[in-house]
Design a protein around this ligand. Structure first.
Ligand code: NZQ
Ligand code: ZN
Length: 390
């Protein structure tokens, strides 16, 4: 196992009755708040009214940034920076899923720089300080509530790229599983696929000696496999929503990849699908992952994939390692398709061959020439994986 430093000081306030702590947590950092949210789900659920009342009761000044898009656009960050500067705001409360939280992180850093926020995303500028952020998570998926990164889309340049800074880690996150009861079937399933993908990106590595991390990863995967279908069947099942919410945070907060140094693969390929087609992130990941595993199956990876099948999906071990590994990949595919009701081909989500070549080229380029994950993928490999998904 490689050396590592694990330091994730986000305070988690978990459960049904944590809103009573909101004002106190904010006031540790500021009293002039940017209230950032998405397309209106928080108004429909009553969460917006609850927050505004808390602000009014506690003399917290606030301005709103609403309409943050799924696959958040850089233009919304420009708007947010303007609102913060005009009103001298000193705290950001992000209320939503990954899109709202990611965009809030970009605003928090961009406020202190004299540049377009996109310059941060394309690494022309570096965040050197940031406004403090708190989050109220409304969708279990990205882990943005407990990590320092974000992913921003520029539709003009057809780019969806990630950025990150230690300064943009949320100070606190309120995680109330009940708030996720209203997440629809599609986003519940996509969220589960995203949590599993983060876990698998960290899990599928070779010879790193990170035995404990891998057993924890298997626990998170089993949690998703157990509770994902329950949440779909019964959206108000508290334990299902609670376990998925907590799994979301731990899949990507740095724990599972401690001691490892293998870059991620499937996310790099998925971000091109979202950039070109505005596809829901988790759906793209679900479609890609079984095809990615089939593509990388070889003498080096066969034990790793077979162990995954045995430990996570309880497949029967036979004398034929490759047969077992293929059964593992099949079990993952069937879980997404049958249990989580995810459309499992690009064709089904409206993507044809037209841009595959360009997307493969971009995925390789954005990764620095090739994706150097558990198995190196060049442009041709990526194209083959995309084609296998059609
Ligand atoms: O916009 P509103 O009206 O709020 O509706 C949202 C949105 O339409 C809805 N929703 C959220 N909470 C709800 C709800 N609907 C009903 N009830 C609720 N309680 O769900 C839709 C999707 O929301 P979004 O925030 O886009 O989803 P998600 O949390 O999956 O975030 C996806 C974004 O995060 C990025 C993805 O690439 C994508 O842009 N990621 C961020 C990561 C990170 N920061 O570490 C890592 C991930 O790998 C991922 O790339
Ligand atoms: Zn993801």
């Amino acid at each position: 196992m490689k050396d590592f430093i694990f330091h994730v000081p986000t305070k988690i306030l978990f459960g049904k009755d944590q809103m009573k702590n909101l004002a106190g947590e904010i006031k540790k950092y500021g009293d002039r708040v940017l209230l950032a949210y998405g397309g209106g789900s928080i108004k429909r659920t009553g969460l917006y009214d609850e927050i505004v009342k808390i602000f009014e009761d506690n003399n917290i000044f606030y301005k709103e940034l609403s309409g943050i898009e799924p696959n958040p656009r850089v233009e919304s960050a420009v708007r947010g920076v303007e609102i913060v500067r005009e009103n001298e705001l000193n705290f950001i409360l992000a209320v939503g899923g990954g899109s709202v939280i990611d965009l809030s992180k970009l605003i928090a850093g961009a406020v202190f720089l004299d540049c377009n926020p996109w310059d941060i995303v394309i690494k022309k500028e570096k965040i050197t300080k940031a406004l403090p952020i708190g989050t109220i998570l409304t969708l279990s998926a990205t882990g943005s509530e407990m990590d320092s990164g974000g992913v921003i889309t520029n539709l003009e340049t057809k780019q969806k790229l990630s950025f990150g800074s230690k300064y943009t880690l949320p100070k606190f996150s309120i995680l109330n599983p009940e708030i996720t009861y209203t997440v629809n079937e599609k986003h519940t399933a996509a969220g589960v696929a995203d949590i599993m993908s983060h876990t698998m990106e960290n899990y599928f590595t070779l010879n790193d000696g990170a035995y404990m991390q891998n057993r924890l990863a298997e626990g998170i995967l089993k949690t998703c496999i157990h509770f994902g279908p329950i949440a779909l069947e019964n959206p108000t099942n508290y334990d299902a929503r609670a376990n998925l919410m907590w799994a979301s945070s731990w899949a990507i907060n740095g724990l599972l990849d401690t001691g490892k140094e293998t870059p991620w693969s499937v996310h790099a390929m998925e971000h091109e699908l979202s950039a070109f087609y505005d596809l829901t992130h988790g759906i793209g990941l679900a479609i890609l992952t079984p095809r990615f595993l089939s593509h990388i199956l070889n003498d080096d990876t066969v034990d790793m994939i077979r162990d995954f099948g045995i430990n996570v999906f309880n497949i029967n071990k036979t004398d034929d390692k490759f047969k077992d590994a293929k059964a593992a990949i099949g079990a993952l595919h069937m879980f997404f398709e049958q249990d989580m009701k995810i459309p499992m081909s690009l064709t089904e989500v409206g993507i044809d061959e037209k841009h595959l070549e360009e997307m493969a080229e971009n995925a390789a380029k954005h990764a620095g020439g090739s994706i150097r994950g558990v198995v190196e993928l060049n442009k041709d490999d990526i194209l083959k994986i995309y084609k296998a998904c059609l």
